[in-house]
Write a protein that binds this ligand. Sequence first.
Ligand SMILES: Cc1ncc(COP(=O)(O)O)c(C=O)c1O
Length: 393
Amino acid sequence: MDSLFSDGSVRPDLLKKHSRTRWAALPDGVIPLTAADPDFQVAVEIREAIMEVGREGTFSYGESHGNLGFREVIAKTVRSRKRIPCKPEDVMVTSGVAQAMMLVAKFALEPGDEAILFDPVDFLFGKAVDEAGGKRVYSRVDKESRRFDVDGLNELVTPRTRLLCICNPHNPLGRVLTEAELRGMAEVVVDNDLVIMSDEIWSDIVYRGKRHVSTASLGPEVAERTVSLYGFSKTFAMAGLSLGYAVATDPEVMEGIKRAAPGYFYTVNSVSQAAGEAAYSKAWYWADAFLKHLHDLRGYVCDRLSEMEGVRCHEPEGTYAVFPDISSFGMTSVEMTRYLLEEAKVAVVPGHGAGFSYFGLGGEGNIRLVFSTSKGLVSEALDRIEKALSKLS
Ligand SMILES: Cc1ncc(COP(=O)(O)O)c(C=O)c1O
């Protein structure tokens, strides 16, 4: 099983061809630790499922919100792994979680309504709120303690507040929210009659000693206001297949999300659905081995970064991203990102940027590195970063 994630299993020749936002987008020789998109080939069972659909060669329209067989497999998985009492009709299959986020925002927000987001957080949340014409209201997360200001949430609620956006496990801080934190957030939501967008795309990437609690598993009163989002990009390395789904156990909420979908939103392509079904029914062994590989790498990455003069790094409890603080170098996140690209030939993501901000204002002073690749590549990237940073002190 180890060979699935060995140094030799990362194939730059294939990645240069297929990894269009990272490997193919950067000059030869650059190690891309940017988008959270594993460098490994998917489980053989997923490939076989795709080839089987190809051999049959029939590509008719599917069911508009996901094929029943696939939704049955999803519902069973959500019941057992996420502890949400989910039925096939509570599932809407989408072309990735990013798309589902837009639908939830459109469902929950009228133009001018407010959504509470944590800062820093993945840019997709802000983008979803903007698309719906909503107003972003930020709750700042203290990056040192990585504690969420649950008590302060009430002060952010106004008569226009409609939505609370939760990212759990959190990208980019790597926190797995505790049940107490989630219950605190849920209380604010129930008291003020809000909707929760609970993006749990990272919930299969949780390290030993931590337990992911799904927001919708907290009880019926919370579940009826929660839309849970899950995907296949992070757990099964299927980002290019654009596949995800939303779970809403309240029929009115599910209807509302479906209504929020634009007219051109028909069906999700049948090849991706076949791949997703194979992943959930046959490829958990692959995901488990992937998690073990990541667990071994996580300590190594954080130890190496923490040993570098001027860098402060927290170990993620979940996700395969680290978000080290580089503010001591007197450079902005963007300047450091440019410096590492030129000097170390390693591509990372700036925590914040003047034009486009990946993680919001709260990300300034940090960079994000993704380690879902081989130990060999990660160690080479860290050697190069160490050398480049040593030139600055
Ligand atoms: C928190 C979060 N949500 C959503 C996405 C996008 O997911 P998908 O590839 O399913 O659209 C990402 C990808 O990085 C993410 O980190």
